[in-house]
Design a protein around this ligand. Structure first.
Ligand SMILES: C[S@@+](CC[C@H](N)C(=O)[O-])C[C@H]1O[C@@H](n2cnc3c(N)ncnc32)[C@H](O)[C@@H]1O
Length: 301
């Protein structure tokens, strides 16, 4: 089982974003996402959606699935986004997604790749659930950027940014080399169609001196250069799933344990909510307070 960076109970929204001078990082990610995101579609999946920071970008989609390993993040997303019918909240592990094949026309995964220990397994799962020609927008943290190159050349950093292997700089936090990342996407039959580099000006001094809106505009001008070279700490890839044509799926969920499609919905024994039951492996998966939980199997009597 790959190790997982568990955000259960974390206050990611207030400990990382709000009040922490990260309007620039948020702004440049929004620009890049808006440029690469197909504007309309039937179903979009945001993997590791957290508190739903980017969910307002998905207005052109009929159904938006917000998936996260941490139930508390999705509870925070419910508070943050309010009552909007298009959002469906699902607790699940991205290595074992509870969805049938060929379901999503678009998928986004921002600020999650850097927590993944098994990138090939994650990309295999992404490829499986995308429709043929469906798009994946995936952000990753790069080890090959101007600051790391300068630090290494000046002898102030031990690790070599030219080395292609992933770097675990803190437990469960990885930086990746762009060449290595491209190889993983190609091996997963997810060839890269476009690239935007982000956060060209992520320097405390620039962020202090230049108004955030200007810095975001300057970054948006530089982002398309990502097609030719990637020298920033954050990169957004747009990949397309290459797979044979397939009929439209009839259902949505499958059992994440035995992969059966025969789940049926029934009331919980305690009367609090409902659950999906898998008649094959006898696991139950709760649906309570507007959140499907496909992480914690219920033992059926
Ligand atoms: C840094 S946050 C990013 C949240 C959001 N995408 C954003 O950009 O604001 C990383 C999120 O990925 C989730 N995550 C990490 N590993 C996961 C896994 N194996 N399956 C599903 N979610 C995962 C965490 O619970 C956390 O909410």
């Amino acid at each position: 089982m790959p190790r997982i960076c568990d955000y259960e109970g974390s206050r990611y929204r207030t400990d990382f974003w709000e009040g922490h001078q990260r309007a620039y990082e948020d702004g440049v990610e929004r620009v890049a996402m808006q440029k690469l995101l197909p504007p309309h579609g039937q179903r979009l999946l945001d993997i590791g959606a957290g508190f739903g920071r980017l969910a307002d970008l998905y207005n052109g989609y009929h159904q938006v699935f917000l998936v996260d390993y941490a139930r508390t993040q999705l509870e925070e997303a419910q508070r943050y986004l309010g009552a909007q019918n298009q959002f469906i909240y699902v607790v699940a592990d991205m290595y074992h997604l509870p969805f049938v094949d060929n379901l999503f026309d678009t998928l986004s995964m921002v600020r999650v790749m850097h927590h993944l220990t098994d990138v090939p397994a994650a990309l295999k799962e992404i490829q499986r659930i995308l429709t043929p020609h469906g798009h994946a927008l995936v952000e990753y943290a790069s080890k090959f950027h101007l600051k790391s190159l300068a630090r290494w050349l000046l002898g102030r950093q031990a690790w070599n940014p030219f080395d292609h292997d992933p770097l675990e700089f803190v437990e469960l936090n990885f930086d990746f080399h762009p060449v290595w990342m491209r190889q993983q996407f190609e091996a997963a039959h997810l060839p890269i169609a476009d690239i935007r580099t982000m956060s060209h000006y992520r320097l405390a001094l620039l962020k202090r001196l230049i108004p955030t809106d200007w810095l975001i505009t300057l970054d948006s001008w530089a982002q398309p250069s990502g097609k030719w070279w990637q020298l920033t700490p954050s990169v957004l890839l747009k990949a397309q799933a290459i797979k044979p044509p397939a009929p439209l799926p009839t259902g949505i969920f499958r059992c994440p344990t035995c992969y059966s499609h025969d789940l049926y919905l029934t009331a919980m024994a305690d009367g609090c909510g409902q659950m999906f039951v898998c008649p094959h492996c006898q696991h139950g998966w709760s649906f309570k307070d507007g959140i499907y939980d496909f992480k914690t199997p219920l033992t059926l009597a």
